[in-house]
Design a protein around this ligand. Structure first.
Ligand code: PFF
Length: 457
């Protein structure tokens, strides 16, 4: 039984563990698969021209994403603690590396505050879909603007989403996160499979969608596109903020991390591609252009759904909600694990208090959404998104990578990796020389400091 192998935390509590390998894989895949896969990946692929972008993205997942995910699992499992505690345990008490853990906890807090607002919109759209999208294309698209600008609705859905996250996290590792991941992830997969087959075989857009996603046209690829692919690999795999350290810390000795990290990255990538096929089939079926940007899901698709009916639209927004929920709980768990491990709070108190604070900060995004200028005129939403996705996650990822490459003791590292063979040497080479360079490039790009890019527009 899991409890038999429990380890104790600094405050003397027994640590919970996953009940099974499948449970862990589904929970970690649930964290990775989220709004990033179903909302963001298709629209950035559309914006950056399709196939060539997808190819670069796949390379980024292998060269940057996979090694970092593995590094996070190794740190988490070795440390058997939250990100702050794990860095200290593997280095020394008071180690400056705990800063990486601190930043992770802060990122989890901030990301969830705005993530929950978007997830709330997804839930609101389930009901709009049930009621049916009707009217002229402009009227249908306008529904989204109305939702965003009516604070009452946004707040209500944001509240419901946060209550769900808090309730699941209070349930604990096996009875909360693992149990719900085991229910929601297979459902998510089935819904997406259905939508993908519908797109491929029941519309006239299937072949075009496949060609758009898988036939690379390098003329369309820009420097900006390459950097977005790299940045997205981070976000979509939940890296750079200790989520995978936290989930890794609930793993027992003996699990084979490399195999699991590969399975999770592959599943995440598959789901993003399946979402791409499902969505672009519809877009092409109706003869539209793929570059629909941020409004793809909440503005363009509803116009198409008006023709297709609730059998397609309702499952789609349920899918989006499930994906967001399993990611939301992982964001909250990072914050909660810190207060449980390091401060000795009970899980329930930590989830309620921190969930409540995250909720309060999220209210800024839900109410002032896109309207109130804040820090450079972006609004709270844009500011938090930009701060976390473009700076905090890459910096957290860079520190994690440097720690694994240069501070993690070789003996412990080999122990966690499971062998000293070619794969291990390739991993160490990547985290020493390739991954950090790629991440530094993303950070410099975020700061608009790359010499070969044109930042004048
Ligand atoms: N990976 C999630 C997505 O693709 O939507 C977002 C995310 C979840 C990022 C959890 C970071 C994290 F810790």
């Amino acid at each position: 039984m899991a409890e038999d192998n429990s380890t104790s935390s600094p405050v003397g509590k027994l640590r919970q563990h996953w009940g099974s390998r499948l449970g862990f894989i589904l929970a970690a895949t649930g964290s990775a698969i989220g709004l990033g896969n179903i909302w963001k990946f298709p629209y950035i692929t559309g914006d950056y021209g399709g196939g060539a972008f997808v190819l670069v993205y796949l390379v980024c997942v292998v060269v940057v994403g996979l090694p970092l995910m593995l590094a996070e699992f190794m740190i988490g499992r070795r440390g058997q603690e939250n990100p702050v505690g794990a860095f200290q345990k593997l280095h020394r008490k008071g180690s400056p590396w705990q800063g990486a853990g601190w930043m992770g906890v802060a990122s989890g807090f901030l990301i969830l505050s705005f993530y929950s607002v978007v997830a709330g919109w997804a839930m609101a759209y389930i009901f709009k879909a049930i009621a049916g999208f009707a009217g002229s294309p402009e009227q249908i698209q306008d529904q989204f603007t109305q939702l965003v600008l009516s604070p009452g609705d946004s707040i209500m859905w944001h509240s419901i989403f946060m209550v769900l996250c808090v309730a699941i996290v209070i349930g604990g590792i096996q009875h909360g996160i693992e149990r719900w991941s085991k229910i929601l992830m297979p459902l998510l997969f089935l819904i997406l499979l259905g939508l993908m087959f519908y797109g491929l075989f029941s519309t006239n857009g299937g072949l075009k969608a496949l060609a758009f996603l898988f036939r690379p046209d390098f003329h369309k690829l820009t420097g900006e596109g390459i950097l977005s692919a790299l940045g997205h690999a981070f976000f979509t795999l939940s890296l750079g903020m200790g989520a995978m350290i936290t989930y890794g810390s609930y793993m027992e000795r003996g699990a084979r991390l490399v195999r699991d990290a590969i399975a999770i990255s592959v599943l995440d990538t598959f789901i993003a591609l399946m979402a791409g096929v499902a969505i672009f089939s519809l877009v092409f079926h109706f003869g539209m252009e793929p570059q629909q940007s941020v409004g793809l899901i909440f503005k363009t698709l509803p116009v198409l759904f008006a023709e297709l009916g609730p059998w397609i639209s309702v499952p789609f927004f349920v899918l989006l909600t499930f994906a967001a929920l399993t990611s939301g709980i992982s964001l909250l768990e990072v914050v909660v694990s810190y207060f449980v491990d390091e401060r000795g709070w009970s899980r329930t108190a930590a989830a309620l208090v921190m969930g409540g604070l995250i909720y309060a900060v999220g209210l800024l995004c839900a109410t002032a959404s896109l309207e109130v200028p804040f820090m450079g005129g972006k609004g709270y939403f844009g500011f938090f998104d930009d701060l976390t996705t473009n700076y905090m996650l890459p910096i957290g990822g860079l520190l994690t990578c440097l720690f694994t490459a240069w501070v993690f003791r070789d003996k412990d590292r080999v122990d966690e990796f499971g062998s000293r063979g070619f794969a291990y040497r390739a991993f160490v080479f990547l985290v020493k020389y390739i991954t950090p360079v790629a991440v530094v490039i993303v950070i410099l790009h975020g700061l608009k400091l790359l010499p070969f890019m044109d930042y004048s527009h």
